[in-house]
Ligand binder design. Structure first.
Ligand SMILES: Nc1nc2c(c(=O)[nH]1)N[C@H]1C(S)=C(S)[C@@H](COP(=O)(O)OP(=O)(O)OC[C@H]3O[C@@H](n4cnc5c(=O)[nH]c(N)nc54)[C@H](O)[C@@H]3O)O[C@H]1N2
Ligand SMILES: Nc1nc2c(c(=O)[nH]1)N[C@H]1C(S)=C(S)[C@@H](COP(=O)(O)OP(=O)(O)OC[C@H]3O[C@@H](n4cnc5c(=O)[nH]c(N)nc54)[C@H](O)[C@@H]3O)O[C@H]1N2
Ligand code: SF4
Ligand SMILES: [Mo]
Length: 701
């Protein structure tokens, strides 16, 4: 029996920990942490270690499936790859013929690395429409900070920082492999820790300053920080004078955001706001770690990320060691979201301009993120701004992921054609006409550079896919051949070589290297004649935004659904609801059927202050209905004495194990998608209203 080990990276979450896979006679038998990995240093979590359970799970889909019995049916029959791909090819080509290439959308969930391959496929086909949840996940950070300083503020330099500010971010649950080591190093060297979070996370417990914010009021708090820092002369005068524009307008704009005013808005005591702001202003270098979801799921997500960038800029923390870095992936234009894959690079401008979302969110032409799902839904259901007829989903459980799931489900059901690529059956695959079985991450080669700072890593195939699962890159290659699409790669190796071209090695060689990095560059603006913005300075006051109908200064907007903007609604729904704080055990709605994970976290838990719960006669562990103006779901009470009595938190992603779980357990049945951030299309799922109803025992009659 041949035993071997293979070093690769885990693709179960964005951390992409280094792992050593143990193979025994073509079977995966172990997943260990790779101690030599520069970020994860040997760390693994239960999700990564569950790879064996996932690959060999009896429910894994291992053959293409075709729906039988009509659209409403939930029956599928296995078919050959040729039959499935022929059908997909025929339907996509027919859509293009009748409705234009833009009537076909391909979507991916939170990135599992497919963005470059899907984008390229779409553009050789002729469609600009790649859909992904970026508008609720990282996109507003990139858009808000790029609009302000010309780059995405996604690389906090924790290990060299003297002041770590975690803003709506709990990396212990969400980014352990990527950030825990660096944060620990920073704290061990004595960094001050500030946490802005309605929940008392473990980091909040450890923090020098924990600001327990009312959900959805973050912009007011950042403006308050900026006010205190300017008022106390704690800003970096040299940097502000040389490298920013519009300081006077900013100063005037934040003048009203005194700690007292911010306290009224955010429910945080004024003295705590002041103390934390002074600590951040005084302690340099400081870095802001923004939550990829935490700061991206609000009606003012653009302004929030602009404000955070301004805070980093005026304190002199942009592009300095220990601050917020501007890391350029070594693969540059060929990186995951690199411009070489953009429709604007590959399609005639007129066709690229049809990208869904651009008519509502014009800034997204200049700072591109994928089409927000909420801009695809009206195209499917109402033909606005033009009809979308076919959708292909790669690693995305739209029904559970996206707010207002009832609507999402109706929209998907009204498509002419839906195909889905997933390991397992989900509430979304149930709606598909065709389901394709993908290879697992241990069964595929790839390169990874997304959020990997200045590194690119090799993902090395350790096993042949379980028969008949297929690498998704190969699926696209096979489909492109069936459709006679010119300009697509003809092998996976060719695609990977293309991505690696900027570093001057091919994939064959890269496999022997495992990773490649370029030096981190500090203060690039000094060498490059400024920032990549219209004034070449950090746009504190961004005059150019006015022409796009956007405020030149970051503006706080009360949550549309909340105590201030809808007090009448609050009479019926008296609790503020935030959703989707991460659970280390699960990745969104994925792998809910994996025994070792399910055992650790079987049920959705509603975090609630015990006094609030007891006032409604609700016991720890009791199942209740959580009700919003959109509907209700079932959830279990979980006392959390550190929460504000008016705020509750519900996790997302539960659906598995009960009939129609997408309806009864899935929190997105009660979230909203009607009032979005006007610049980025972000969805306000971190600040809504709800009430709790007791589940009355149904007595059999
Ligand atoms: N209420 C609320 N909702 C939220 C959030 C929140 O905070 N609150 N967060 C949102 C965010 S930030 C995001 S990014 C979205 C994420 O939403 P999704 O990306 O849709 O995430 P998942 O629910 O994990 O669904 C992914 C599907 O991919 C499958 N899968 C896993 N790996 C692979 C693979 O390699 N290939 C293929 N083909 N399939 C694979 C899984 O089995 C699963 O069914 O959810 C969002 N939903
Ligand atoms: N285990 C696991 N890891 C994941 C994921 C997963 O599903 N599971 N998803 C991945 C994805 S796609 C993403 S986008 C990231 C998300 O990454 P993050 O956004 O960093 O997610 P969290 O670590 O949950 O941090 C969000 C924090 O914001 C707090 N919060 C809620 N409402 C508010 C508010 O209004 N204001 C402020 N200031 N804070 C608020 C929550 O209590 C929570 O602690 O995580 C990634 N990592
Ligand atoms: S944190 Fe867990 S799931 Fe994420 S990459 Fe590391 S081992 Fe994999
Ligand atoms: Mo996300």
């Amino acid at each position: 029996m041949a035993k071997k080990t293979v070093k690769t990276i885990c693709f179960e979450c964005h951390s992409r920990c280094g792992v050593v896979l143990e193979i025994d006679d073509k079977t995966l038998v172990g997943v260990k942490g790779d101690k030599d990995h520069p970020f994860s240093h040997g760390y693994t979590c239960p999700k990564g270690r569950a790879a064996m359970e996932i690959i060999y799970h009896p429910d894994r889909i291992t053959q293409p499936l075709i729906k039988v019995g009509g659209k409403q049916s939930s029956r599928f029959e296995p078919c050959s790859w040729d039959t499935a791909l022929d059908l997909i090819a025929e339907r996509l080509l027919a859509c293009r013929e009748t409705w234009g290439a833009e009537s076909v959308v391909l979507g991916s969930g939170t990135t599992r690395g497919m963005a470059p391959y899907l984008n390229r496929f779409l553009t050789v086909f002729g469609s600009p429409n790649f859909m992904a949840p970026s508008n609720m996940s990282g996109g507003p950070i990139v858009v808000g900070s790029s609009a302000t300083c010309g780059f995405g503020m996604i690389d906090p330099d924790y290990s060299s920082s003297r002041c770590i500010l975690l803003w709506a971010h709990n990396p212990e649950a969400s980014w352990p492999g990527l950030y825990l080591h660096d944060i620990k190093k920073g704290l061990e060297k004595g960094a001050t820790l500030i946490v802005v979070d309605p929940r008392q996370t473990n980091y909040a417990k450890k923090a020098d300053h924990w600001l327990q914010i009312r959900p959805g009021t973050d912009v007011a708090l950042v403006l308050g920080f900026i006010h205190v820092i300017i008022e106390n002369n704690l800003y970096d005068k040299d940097f502000v004078e040389t490298w920013t524009s519009g300081f006077d307008q900013l100063k005037e704009h934040v003048a009203g955001y005194t700690p007292e005013k911010c306290s009224e808005i955010t429910w945080i005591p004024a003295e705590k706001i002041k103390a934390a702001a002074i600590a951040f202003g005084k302690t340099r270098p400081g870095c802001i770690g923004p939550g990829m979801g935490g700061v991206c799921q609000a009606n003012d997500a653009f302004d929030l990320n602009r404000a955070l960038t301004i805070l980093s800029a005026i304190t002199g923390n942009l592009e300095v060691a220990g601050g917020n870095l501007n890391c350029i992936p070594p693969t540059r234009k060929r990186s995951c979201y690199g411009p070489d894959f953009s429709p604007f690079h590959n399609l005639p401008r007129e066709q690229a301009k049809k990208k869904l979302g651009l008519d509502t969110y014009p800034l997204l032409e200049f700072i591109p993120i994928p089409s927000p799902p909420q801009t695809v839904w009206p195209a499917i259901s109402e033909g606005k701004p033009y009809p979308v007829k076919a959708l292909g989903l790669f690693a995305n459980n739209s029904v559970c992921a996206y707010p207002n799931s009832g609507r999402v489900r109706d929209v998907l059901q009204s498509l002419d054609f839906l195909f889905s690529v997933d390991y397992f059956h989900t509430p979304t695959t149930a709606l598909a006409d065709v389901i394709l079985p993908p290879a697992h991450w241990v069964e595929r080669d790839d390169v990874e550079d997304l959020l990997m700072k200045n590194h690119v890593f090799c993902q090395t195939k350790a096993l042949e896919p379980v028969p008949e699962c297929r690498d998704e890159k190969q699926i696209l290659i096979d489909l492109s051949k069936k459709m006679n699409l010119e300009g697509y790669w003809s092998t996976i190796e060719e695609a990977l070589d293309f991505r690696l071209e900027p570093i001057g090695v091919n994939f064959e060689t890269f496999k022997t290297m495992g990773r490649f990095k370029t030096p981190i560059q500090y203060k690039q603006y000094e060498k490059k004649g400024g920032f990549k913005t219209p004034t070449r300075k950090v746009e504190l006051y961004a005059e150019y935004l006015i022409a796009l109908g956007i405020s030149p200064l970051p503006v706080f907007r009360e949550p549309d659904e909340g105590p201030v903007n809808s007090p009448e609604l609050m009479e019926k729904y008296p609790l503020v609801l935030t959703t989707g704080g991460r659970n280390l055990v699960y990745y969104h709605s994925s792998h809910r059927n994996i025994p070792s994970l399910k055992k650790r976290s079987p049920d959705p838990l509603l975090q609630i202050h015990p006094d609030t719960a007891k006032s409604m006669d609700l016991e720890q562990g009791e199942w209740v209905y959580l009700v919003s103006p959109r509907g209700r779901v079932e959830i279990r009470i979980d006392y959390d004495p550190a929460l504000h009595p008016t705020v509750v938190h519900a996790p997302h992603g539960y659906w598995y194990g009960v009939e129609e779980g997408w309806k009864t357990l899935n929190i997105n049945m009660i979230t909203d998608d009607s009032k979005l951030c006007p610049v980025t299309g972000s969805v306000p799922i971190k600040a809504l209203l709800c009430r709790i109803e007791k589940k009355v025992m149904e007595v059999a009659s």
